[in-house]
Design a protein around this ligand. Sequence first.
Ligand code: NAI
Ligand code: MG
Length: 530
Amino acid sequence: MKTITPTSRRASRTNKPILTPARDGHGNGARSARPAVSAGLAKWLAKPKRNLVGGDWVEAASGRTFEVFNPADGSVIDHAPDSKKEDIHRAVTAARKAFEEGPWRRMTPSERGKLVWRVGDLILRHADQLAELESLDNGKPRSVARVADVPLAADLFHYMAGWATKIEGNTIPISVPYAPGARFHAFTAREPIGVVGQIIPWNFPLLMAAWKLGPALAAGNCVVLKPAEQTPLSALRLGELLLEAGLPEGVVNIVTGFGETAGAALAAHEDVDKVAFTGSTEVGKLIVRAAAGNLKKVSLELGGKSPNVVFKDTENLATAIDGAANAIFFNHGQCCCAGSRLLVEQDVFDEVVAGVAERAKQIKLGPGLDSDTQMGPMVSEEQLRRVTRYMNQGKQSGACFFTGGGRAGDSGYFVQPTVVTDVKPKMSIVREEIFGPVLVAEKFSDLEDVIPRANQTPYGLAAGVWTRDLAKAHRVAEALRAGTVWINCYNIFDAALPFGGYKQSGWGREMGHEVLELYTQTKAVVIGLG
Ligand code: NAI
Ligand code: MG
């Protein structure tokens, strides 16, 4: 499943701090100089990192830790508990105790909502440091984390806080044909599911923690959260803020570790009532199998190979070109909804592809903490290898690399923003999720041609459409088999807007009020009135 094991991942690192410029002659070689972190963050990094279990910070049962890397230079920035089955068991036990016996269930919805709101406030209060930490651990530009990841995470908690007081059942008039004359009062209540395991990825570490925790808490569940092994730090910092907000002990437990050990143990644990996962479709299928043991509920937000369709009648071609570049290059292409398949109407194909390639060349690569960086490194050496492997497969199968096509620099995990043309449907770069800044561009002739091609993927997470023809925009939006369709925009997210996948892109919807379906269950209560 994985290309390298945790052990080989550790062994294969180099700790070279200096990044060397790319040799490609483009303007986007990785830049030099190791950025200094702020004094506050340096102090936080110096503290030993522990799991949050039952309100206490504890080491892994084995006492072991794993290394946490700065992907801009491969250096070790911290260590986090290397948790295994026993640690997961302790965390699940703490969550169960908090759910069954703690004050959490006795709190009023209003009190619960205020706590969730306070988490959003604390995220905003510490926004600068959280953005810095996220940038250091994940590699994304600090400026992006500061305007996107961190405020979106805060907003999610604020939005979900409001739902705590609005989770309602119904009064239901019932007839009961076999009890003539009898009278009943029947109603439904929506109750929390119980103990929820949440497994999140590394592309938006803090934001994914927020997407998962916000609704689970608003609905009154208790949680064991496992952040990705590549980026465990912002979740641990968030754990501190959850305690500062006043969340009772055991309501949220945070356990760091690898997917194959900690993650698998959480998905399989017999006392977990539900597992929520975001990550690869491959691991999503493993989660479903692991969940079968006690038939825990499952929600999944998985991969994508999202089409972005540009018609020649788009209002402004330059805007569509900017949109297409943003769709693939935002977050270095490490987005489940990345617009990685650009489908362009043939008359404007050359102009659009040249425009996107031009923008790709202008992107300034560098460490996320550098103020002028527009694109940081891939999150890990493993991801760098995965993306460059796809590029090599594309070259071997005869695709044309219009721009980019390889690693940038020879230190840190940088890759060149890449645009590929002359592809065939069978090529792996066309069919599979690359999760890097690699755009595959294809021509189409008309609406009838493009719709089946846009849908020709096992995924169905998102899609983009660029046209000023309103009727056409609606027809395409209806025909696309995707959980989100952006028209004349891309990558627009909001806490109020449901997000999730058709087909193999997942089960269920995150955010909006729809996510509450994933974190509540309905109880029907019938009272005999004689
Ligand atoms: P992954 O699916 O292995 O990792 C995501 C999370 O799942 C991490 O917390 C990991 O520890 C955990 N995990 C891994 N194996 C597990 C298991 N057997 N049981 C339970 N939990 C497990 O993704 P990875 O390997 O980091 O990236 C591989 C590819 O997955 C990427 O190239 C990309 O295509 C896709 N991906 C999609 C994401 C999305 O947002 N939909 C996010 C991250 C990766
Ligand atoms: Mg890292």
